[in-house]
Design a protein around this ligand. Structure first.
Ligand SMILES: Nc1ncnc2c1ncn2[C@@H]1O[C@H](COP(=O)(O)OP(=O)(O)O)[C@@H](O)[C@H]1O
Ligand SMILES: O=C(CO)[C@@H](O)[C@H](O)COP(=O)(O)O
Length: 536
């Protein structure tokens, strides 16, 4: 099949792919990064033969094992390319491709797989040719939490959780790839030994387009508990603790914007891509979101979704036990901090339902009717076990610092919730190296970023202006921007993204905000330390 529009002089376009938990998405942008075409494949509904729920298969035996069929991902690539064809994409104008994927998941290429990848027949689908090339047919994904034993082994190998965090940017997490590989080496030694290479989901997707096993990039590699984030090399002690000959299986990591070379001839012959269409290293979805949201040094992105996630560009990271420091996908000398808070919108909804007749409008009236600082009242609300701080329950304190069961009014409760949530975020952001300065910007996204009253509290607590950014598909767009960025030898990320509509200013801090919120951050730290020690 040859669909090339011969002699096409179309201006350059870029393809970005995002293999997330539930779907594979693709976008084609023009040279000004404007969206030309989009397509997606939903795993559960478009590929029902794999019988996934939410893109994954969870074990029924209480072992906390969660996987996704590797061949489902392969088949989704066949499908999305056909969908892009139907959408009218001119493959011959695509100058570069990059991609992103859910972080931490892993793919196990069987011995001989690279040879298959290099010799794909353009007359057949990928899934018809790759079926017997994976030594593990179900890839462990980020939702898996079955590897506590292996996490303990990794921490022990280097001298404890703090030490592991200092080396790799995170203490051991069950979903991180190191403990997942270790579990396979221990429980399925034959399959492990028959594995030629191990990819992350991002580098696996990249390998299909490259026609050989693609390297893991620094940013996604820093979500494995195996890479030294300072030297950007695998840590040999950790590799040895995981399994034999692991360095060989992982290959060497590369900077995230590496131009890996030309696309596989398979795609040239089958779909009409140019033979010199470049493949730029693929990365994890959180690093790609940093690119898609166009973060800069000192900026902070706050996603107020089901859970709240905060990520920021850091020059000098401070390693902490409860956050993640990843390598920066734009600038190999920088880092990104990532903090996840489980109690976000659902907790806000609970207090809205209790205090504001289930209406965000009434909730905002209550919030706006109370003064900043809330008359000295302060509250922390964790409906489910929070990650940071490791607490569950409601904690209310009056002006005198006494823990109380109830506030005097609904509006005090509403403000206590929002101030408590945002002050906590500032405290942890500072812990990993964030400093508010003249150029600081907060970029808000996610469902609750529609709420200006909440964003005003964000501006005041951080003493920085808050900007709004359409969050939709920031990881996928980040991949498309990276495709263009990776073509140049220089780091011209700012120049490349300067053509995009800038984020829109929504709130600025009041001049007296630091007087109110600097002491509140200190107060938060004192309260949380006491709560964690059981002293309140
Ligand atoms: N005006 C609003 N004020 C506060 N929260 C809101 C508002 N509108 C929507 N939300 C919250 O946004 C949440 C969904 O956020 P979203 O980013 O879409 O979720 P997800 O994390 O699933 O991507 C809902 O749970 C809802 O509580
Ligand atoms: O585990 C993490 C980050 O540490 C998740 O953020 C995954 O990267 C999920 O990706 P989605 O498929 O939900 O986009």
């Amino acid at each position: 099949m040859r669909l090339t529009k011969m002699g096409s002089n179309a201006s350059p376009t870029y393809l970005g792919l995002d293999l997330s938990t539930q779907q594979l998405k693709a976008v084609v942008v023009d040279d000004d990064l404007k969206i030309l075409h989009e397509a997606s494949v939903q795993f559960d509904t478009d590929l029902p033969e794999f019988r996934t729920h939410g893109g994954v298969t969870a074990s029924k035996d209480n072992s906390h094992t969660v996987t996704a069929p590797t061949m489902m991902w392969v088949k989704s690539v066949d499908m999305i390319l056909d969908r892009l064809t139907l959408a009218g994409v001119d493959y011959s104008s695509i100058t570069a491709i990059s991609g992103t994927a859910q972080q931490h998941g892993s793919v196990y290429w069987q011995t001989g797989a690279e040879l298959t990848l290099r010799n794909l027949k353009s007359s057949d689908f990928l899934h018809q040719q790759l079926g017997s090339n994976f030594s593990i047919s179900n890839s462990p994904v980020w939702m898996d939490s079955s590897t506590s034993k292996q996490c303990a082994k990794l921490e022990e190998a280097v001298g404890g959780p703090q030490k592991l965090a200092e080396i790799t940017g995170s203490r051991a997490y069950e979903r991180f790839t190191g403990s997942q590989i270790c579990k396979i080496a221990e429980n399925k030694p034959d399959a492990y030994n028959n594995t030629e290479r191990i990819s992350l989901v991002s580098s696996f997707l990249c390998s299909l387009f490259l026609g050989k096993i693609a390297p893991i990039d620094y940013a996604d590699g820093s979500g494995m508990n195996l890479m030294n984030i300072h030297t950007k090399q695998w840590d040999s002690t950790l590799l040895e603790a995981c399994g034999p000959n692991l360095h060989e299986k992982l290959g060497d990591p590369v900077p995230s914007k590496t131009n890996l070379g030309n696309i596989s001839p398979y795609f040239v012959e089958r779909y009409g891509f140019k033979s010199d269409c470049k493949i730029i290293a693929f990365t994890g979805d959180n690093p790609a979101s940093l690119i898609g949201m166009r973060l800069h040094e000192g900026w902070l992105a706050l996603s107020l979704g089901t859970s709240d996630t905060l990520f920021l560009w850091l020059k000098e990271p401070h390693v902490v036990i409860d956050g993640h420091i990843l390598c920066n996908p734009v600038d190999a000398e920088s880092f990104m901090g990532l903090l996840c808070f489980k109690n976000g919108s659902l907790t806000r909804e609970r207090i809205r339902n209790d205090c504001a007749e289930k209406s965000w409008e009434i909730f905002n009236q209550l919030l706006d009717s109370t003064p900043r600082g809330n008359f000295g009242n302060f509250g922390l609300y964790f409906d489910t076990q929070e990650i940071i701080p490791f607490l569950k329950g409601d904690f209310r304190f009056n002006r005198a610092g006494d823990r109380i069961g109830k506030f005097s009014s609904l509006e005090v409760e509403v403000r206590a919730l929002i101030e408590g949530q945002i002050v906590a975020k500032r405290a942890y952001a500072e812990d990993i190296g964030f400093h508010s300065g003249q150029d600081t910007k907060i970029i808000a996204t996610g469902g609750a970023s529609a709420n200006k009253s909440i964003l005003q509290v964000v501006a005041d607590v951080f003493n920085a202006p808050v900007y709004l950014q359409e969050a939709a598909n920031s990881a996928m767009l980040g991949a498309a921007y990276q495709a263009k960025h990776g073509l140049s030898d220089e780091n011209d990320y700012e120049k490349i993204t300067s053509v995009l509509t800038p984020p829109q200013l929504v709130c600025e801090p009041y001049p007296d905000a630091p007087e109110i919120y600097d002491p509140m951050v200190d107060r938060y730290r004192t309260i949380v330390n006491k709560l964690l020690q059981g002293g309140l």
